[in-house]
Design a binder for this molecule. Structure first.
Ligand code: SAH
Length: 264
């Protein structure tokens, strides 16, 4: 078998096993290791999704992505107990990313609101989420919680069509995050209304499009005075989202949506 992926799409007859995929041929599955040849395998939760949830059979055609930016048309070749082998038929460079980076530094909320925030960040096109360790924040997720949230990133990418995975970094101290911002980017810290703070929509109308937007959203207790002074001395801009106090995830998504609105 050749190790090159054929660039054409192949259609099938009616002889494959009946499955839900017949009506929903665009179903997407995530492959853990980069797809470089004409075979690929699904493992873990993806195997379960393909064989039990979608009830796919040998011969069914599905879409694969490996997080590297492309997606692939593939045909199910073999379904095992814990893995599925597929023949990769074609590769398509389909870019659904924003033309700039959004880096979401956020003191993650607790429980289910955390998962919800991560899911919506993926949908809106956020590039990286950085959980922030702040003076008034609750403990940021430990390793196994981060792994669960990374699974949420994959599920959301399957649903919304992103071919690149949003990264979720290890928790980072607020001061380090503020200092990490590169040139060609702007740092925006969300802080409830104060007369000298710029409304977010006005600030966006004033700044020319940039390569990266670094955001900082505080914990339920808000940023401490020391943290706001650190941000001010590092030239971060203070932005407000109106006179109401928003939940962490509402503030985060409102900022991300306003910035994403500058993209396609
Ligand atoms: N009691 C806190 C509120 C925290 S709300 C305080 O007074 O600061 C959690 C985070 O959401 C805030 O730290 C801020 O980053 C963001 N946020 C909430 N409402 C906001 C608003 N109206 N404008 C800008 N940011 C807001």
């Amino acid at each position: 078998m050749s190790s090159r992926i054929r660039p054409d799409c192949i259609s099938f007859g009616e002889n494959s096993v009946p499955s839900r995929l017949r009506e929903k041929m665009s179903q997407r599955f995530f492959v853990e290791s980069p797809i470089a040849a004409d075979r690929a395998s699904l493992v873990g939760a993806e195997t379960h999704h393909l064989s039990h949830v979608m009830r796919a059979g040998v011969g069914d055609e599905v879409t694969l992505f490996d997080g590297s930016g492309a997606e692939f048309t593939a045909r199910v070749a073999k379904i095992g107990r814990s893995s599925v082998d597929l023949d990769v038929l074609s590769r398509h460079e389909i870019d659904r990313e924003l033309p700039f980076e959004i880096v979401m530094g956020v003191a993650l909320p607790k429980g289910d609101r955390q998962r919800w925030l991560i899911e919506k960040c993926v949908e809106l096109g956020v590039t990286h989420v950085v959980p922030l360790q702040t003076a008034r924040g609750v403990a940021q997720p430990v390793q196994h919680a981060l792994e669960r949230l990374r699974r949420t990133v994959i599920e959301a990418s399957k649903q919304c069509g992103r071919n690149r995975l949003m990264t979720l970094t290890e928790p980072m101290p607020f001061n380090d995050y503020v200092a990490s911002i590169p040139t060609e980017s702007i740092g925006l810290i969300a802080h409830p209304a104060a007369p000298e703070h710029t409304p977010m929509h006005r600030l966006l109308a004033e700044v020319t499009p940039l390569a990266a937007y670094y955001l900082a959203i505080g914990p339920e207790g808000g940023f401490s005075n020391e943290e706001t002074s650190v941000a001010a001395s590092a030239q971060w801009q203070f932005v407000t989202l109106g006179p109401r106090i928003l939940r962490i995830e509402t503030a985060a998504l409102a900022l991300a949506a306003m910035i994403a609105g500058r993209g396609p």
